[in-house]
Design a protein around this ligand. Sequence first.
Ligand SMILES: Nc1ncnc2c1ncn2[C@@H]1O[C@H](COP(=O)(O)OP(=O)(O)OP(=O)(O)O)[C@@H](O)[C@H]1O
Ligand SMILES: [Mg+2]
Length: 242
Amino acid sequence: MAYRIALVSGKGGSGKSTATAGLAQAFCAQGLRVLCVDCDIGLRSLDLLLGFPGDIVFSWADVLRGNCTLEQALRTRDTISLLPAPLATMEKPDGEAYFALLRRVSSDYDIVLLDAPAGFSVGFALAAAPADLALVVAQAEPVALRSAAVCVRDLHEAYPTLKVRLLLNRLHKKRVQNGINLNIDDAIDSVGAQLIGIIPEDEAVPAMLGKGKPLPDYARAAGAFARTARRVGGESLPLRID
Ligand SMILES: Nc1ncnc2c1ncn2[C@@H]1O[C@H](COP(=O)(O)OP(=O)(O)OP(=O)(O)O)[C@@H](O)[C@H]1O
Ligand SMILES: [Mg+2]
């Protein structure tokens, strides 16, 4: 059975979809079979970030409605598979049918990454409820960290057995020095979750992932995603701002 990781946040734009794509690339480089599930109903973005052609017709919602088979909705490019979210808003899907679909598709993969929408809408539960691990993605700024703390608290309340970790994104040494970004210890204290990774602010993210291209190995963010993926796998590596 695949290890399922939800990427969640309180605040929008924290980098959940970016981290999903970056971690997918990192796990693939480890030789693992990776499936990404876009849970951002109506506002999906993983198909673009992962560089899938613009001819996607079906989503997991179509599989649930019987409009297509799982094979028709599931897309694979290079070594990463994607189950796209519907592009239109929809009524709350049948939870049991959705979880059964996830169980069925998960058996072919080692890692399943579930990219949630911002906040605590239906898509949040679609990502968090089936997960083994939730990564709360946040920038190290007071407003973002407060919403990350709320997210951590809600996750613990709703899913008491779920492992919850903080993934700091867009860290910038200079911004820490001049007080715009909180330092790492203060960020961890304010969120109340163990830190599992620090992804630096890196122009390669919009320049490459933003255009559907993989991050080059030399990009600082690529190294940081690779180390985060290894920590998820249980390795103990020092945490640093690149
Ligand atoms: N480490 C980074 N360095 C530079 N830019 C980044 C980084 N992480 C994310 N970004 C940029 O921040 C923006 C938002 O990222 P992304 O779409 O991944 O956030 P999100 O949390 O998925 O947003 P939403 O809540 O809308 O789903 C994008 O333009 C992305 O390129
Ligand atoms: Mg997103």
